[in-house]
Write a protein that binds this ligand. Structure first.
Ligand SMILES: [Zn+2]
Length: 361
């Protein structure tokens, strides 16, 4: 009997410690690769989405020199569907929109370091002039290990219903999610298995159409890591900007996992209340500095978040703080400093607005 108990305890602790070693998968999101100045009012400023090619190379070299394993989308799909393993410290590179500078500047760097990447293109921006990738370039990239995904038809905010009726909104989603997948598959001749939401915006309603279209995975730009348990259509990506320093880049890669449950609002929820009480429960807090546990919304710390160590509940009331949420999408994060000095977090997204009245199948 003692042996049985010992064996049981062994299995129990082995499972627990295995759980603690869960892989965090960081997906980085890039756009353009050349120093570009844009006009804002009367001033010329650097285009925040355009990385200097030499900085991009520094970042890729950093990943290679520091034991990160750059994996391709196919490998990631298999892993998320329980069909394969991925190495430790996994990273994916994704590039949105399909600018010509991918071919001119990112392609040589990625080739040099043998790094796979997935390019998200949208229908009306393909082969559409001197700033966009041509079909010949897409073909060449595709034959050289690059993967392609869909970034919609016209690049709208998919959760913005404007004045559309429910029926019109569903038609709009189908036109932006289902049609470009078919178009790109026909034009490029490869299966399009993943999608990146324009502006990163999604909801549970959008998920339904993504599923109907047959995508295997879909990505937002909620700036956080993924695990095997992350919803397949709510995958997170961290955008890299022209201002991202190597130090900040390093911090992005070293974020630690915070385990939560009982979320309100939940991931992809659409809520009508503009003064909700944000709520979440921590599974574990013994490794954290309690006073640092907070909500962060749309990149702003909610300093008046209230954490109760007894119940492990974190709350923030918009009504009590006399604040109101804007209509639209919100990145929500729980952040905390660990006793080990590390940064712990978990992030998701919800929408304030009008949910559909009809039930999507
Ligand atoms: Zn985009």
């Amino acid at each position: 009997m003692k042996k049985v108990i010992k064996l049981f305890l062994f299995i129990f602790f082995a499972t627990v410690s295995f759980g603690a070693d869960e892989k965090l998968i960081n997906v980085l999101c890039y756009h353009k690769f050349k120093v570009t100045k844009i006009k804002e009012k009367d001033k010329e400023i650097l285009d925040t989405y355009s990385i200097k090619p030499e900085n991009f190379e520094k970042q890729m070299k950093y990943l290679k020199d520091n034991g990160y394993n750059l994996i391709g989308m196919k490998e990631f799909i298999d892993y998320m569907y329980g069909k394969g393993e991925i190495p430790e410290k996994p990273i994916l590179i994704t590039i949105d929109d399909g600018y010509k500078s991918i071919y001119e500047y990112a392609y040589p760097v990625l080739k040099k370091y043998k790094i796979p990447a997935t390019i998200y293109i949208y229908q009306v921006f393909v082969n559409a002039g001197k700033n966009t990738l041509s079909f010949d370039e897409i073909k060449e990239l595709s034959e050289n290990g690059f993967e392609f995904g869909c970034h919609s038809n016209t690049h709208p905010v998919l959760t913005n219903k404007k004045n559309l009726t429910d029926e019109e909104y569903i038609k709009f989603l189908e036109k932006e999610i289902i049609e470009p997948k078919k178009y790109l598959e026909k034009k490029i001749g490869v299966p399009i298995e993943t999608m990146a939401y324009p502006y990163g915006s999604y909801s549970k309603e959008v998920h339904k159409i993504v599923e109907k279209a047959g995508y295997k995975l879909a990505f937002s730009v909620v700036p956080s890591y993924n695990t095997k348990e992350t919803h397949k259509y709510s995958l997170k990506r961290t955008m890299i900007y022209v201002s991202t320093t190597i130090d900040e880049f390093k911090k992005i890669l070293e974020r630690k996992q915070l385990k939560l449950k009982e979320f309100y609002p939940g991931d992809g929820d659409i809520i009508e209340d503009e003064q909700p009480v944000l709520k979440v429960k921590l599974l574990e807090d013994s490794n954290l500095n309690i006073e640092t546990i907070k909500f962060k919304i749309d990149n702003i710390d909610l300093k008046d978040s209230i954490y109760n160590p007894e119940t492990k509940m974190l709350l923030y009331s918009y009504k009590e703080n006399k604040k109101k949420l804007k209509k639209g999408m919100h990145d929500i994060k729980v952040i905390a400093k660990g006793k080990d000095g590390n940064h712990y977090e978990y992030a998701w997204l919800f929408i304030t607005g009008r949910p559909l009245k009809i039930n999507l199948k």
